[in-house]
Design a protein around this ligand. Structure first.
Ligand code: ZN
Length: 213
């Protein structure tokens, strides 16, 4: 059994391919290059903070986790996000809310990756936080890759839902993996605020730099 597990779990860094842990020390450090995200789509919304810029090895790690099933990265990413959360100084009783994935992506990946990361954060942070999943994206929404901020907003219009029975009862920190134009984070914040929820911050693993947008 042990041999089978060893065979199934890759023994190399997802960021640079170095044999050993899922994430080597050097690549892990890249997830602590905290930065504030500025986008016109985010004007008037709570502060958006990113752990890193979306370039290699951070990009490779995220792709390996999301698209290539490297679940052994979950703990590392959750810990990096938990560290980012601590830096926010969010009010006590804050609730972590994941940005929802498209249902097609959830089906293909065998689960919602941001939900998995938010549960991982809860495991690291313990009683300091709670989690809730009030947001849902309908099948009608298109994949947002390659869309401009305006197109992304239009794409989410009427396709992003707040489930009233899952509304969090405390201040929310919205958690995402990637901020590109900021339109998705903005739509999620607005939907929550419209439902009477206070959003105090947005935390994302990476932000796409200007050259890649
Ligand atoms: Zn590495």
């Amino acid at each position: 059994m042990r041999q089978l597990i060893d065979f199934l779990i890759p023994h190399f860094c997802a960021g640079c391919g170095t044999p050993g842990a899922a994430l080597c020390t050097l690549c892990a450090e890249q997830f602590h290059a905290y930065r504030r995200v500025h986008r016109s789509a985010l004007r008037g919304l709570p502060t958006v903070s990113a752990l890193a810029e979306y370039s290699d090895p951070v990009r490779r790690v995220l792709l390996q986790f999301k698209e290539y099933g490297r679940r052994d990265l979950r703990g590392h990413l959750a810990e990096a996000l938990a560290d980012g959360f601590r830096r926010l100084n969010a009010p006590p009783g804050s609730v972590l809310v994941p940005v929802p994935s498209h249902p097609a992506a959830v089906r293909m990946r065998g689960g919602a990756h941001m939900s998995a990361l938010v549960s991982g954060m809860k495991r690291v942070l313990g009683a300091a936080v709670r989690t809730a999943e009030p947001l849902r994206l309908s099948w009608a929404a298109a994949d947002s890759v390659g869309l401009t901020a305006a197109q992304r907003s239009a794409n989410l219009e009427g396709r992003l839902f707040v489930r009233a029975r899952r509304l969090p009862s405390g201040p929310v920190v919205l958690v995402d993996d990637l901020v590109t134009t900021g339109a998705t984070a903005a739509a999620c914040c607005r939907a929550l605020v419209a439902a009477g929820v206070e959003v105090v911050a947005v935390l994302t693993i990476a932000e796409v730099g200007k050259g890649l947008r």
